[in-house]
Write a protein of this length. Structure first.
Lengths: 135, 135, 135, 135
């Protein structure tokens, strides 16, 4: 997460409706990393027919990671049920994408690295879910 | 949904893993309309402090609508659990956004129209969920 | 372009800073069609190494088409120089993508169809440029 | 830019068609920061009618920054003319957005910070243009 965005977020912490700022910043960071790794994984493949599903799933994960990140960056739009539902979708998307990438890891170093970043993103989203259940 | 995209989708119907094509095309159409209405609602407001939440929620809904639409447009990436989780998130997002827009409808004709489009999108996503549960 | 978004746009025509509404609605329609065709072209390929460049260029074109469309859907953000520069970029992106898709058209019906939609989008953006130069 | 994406990019440096990797990584970083700051600026405003243009322009800049970043993250899609045209559009968009944010800086600390990030992004894109002209 960029330094400026982090400072802006801290200025608006009271609009954040009880979100745990530290957990959310970590999750924004993980989503940004997931979007970048998945975009590059899909856009760098020495593409073969076996890779087609992996490329499309990575592009889906990249799009959702970006949307998830933006939702956390809009203090005025914090809506509990929508945030919860999106984080749940992001966990499923990241785990499915990580599984597919892992299956391709023997053929592609990109996929092995991308799988790892997707799993970290799933964990960061799960931490957000846990913190919202408590908060 | 554009005529060309619809024709392309029909050429790839066997990659669609048991998705109901007619229900999916209707849902793509509803997501495209939701993205356009929400983008315009957020970007046309004679903005006042009361409108700030509505603008941010509409922008969140526009982003998710686009991601949802793209996921349905990638035949190679059809993954049941990820599709299901995304449609569930989209229903919640659309209903929350429609409620907020409806609360602003007295002040803004955009919000009244946007609320209606969001509800239609929620229904189209619910139909996708129902068809996946049966399929 | 969805009926509701078109009605909303007409309500805000005086915020449109001298844009030609009919030309702009046609361009929004062309960008929406371009995003859908390019997303599907990239996400449906029976991918082979020769197709890798085409898939990545289609995904680039889909992303820019969406951004271009959104910029035209935000009446409050109409900024002449930014609009002009984006339309110029979109013409170049669409023509490059159409050329690459056309080179693949013998191997893929998707690519032939996608090339055509990209050329139409380039023309619609050129019409916007022409109308802004006159207006 | 995330560490993993940077490592993946280095693995694919020969697909980068003569792009200067160091300049491009700096530009990806600047676009990511621009998307985050602009999204937050638009989504955090204690919105007043004077702010409406700033919010819409920031959202336009955020969308283009994301598209610009993704284009640099797809080694298979590197197309010189399209890259050049996009960077030129991004310079204009960032400068227009920075000007509008700066005009609002007296009313909003977000806008002052966002203006600065937009100018840095414009400079990073200009460096890419310069490196492509030489390369």
């Amino acid at each position: 997460m960029s330094t400026t965005a982090m400072q802006m977020m801290e200025m608006h912490s009271d609009a954040m409706q009880g979100m745990d700022l530290a957990v959310m910043q970590e999750c924004i960071e993980a989503c940004a990393a997931c979007e970048q790794a998945c975009t590059m994984c899909a856009g760098a493949m020495a593409i073969t027919p076996e890779m087609a599903m992996c490329a499309a799933m990575c592009q889906n994960a990249a799009d959702l990671a970006n949307t998830m990140m933006r939702t956390m960056l809009r203090p005025n739009g914090m809506n509990g049920p929508a945030m919860m539902a999106m984080h749940q979708a992001m966990v499923v998307m990241c785990m499915s994408c990580a599984d597919e990438c892992e299956a391709m890891a023997g053929m592609s170093a990109d996929c092995a690295m991308c799988a790892e970043v997707c799993r970290q993103c799933a964990m960061a989203c799960q931490k957000m879910i846990d913190s919202m259940l408590v908060g």
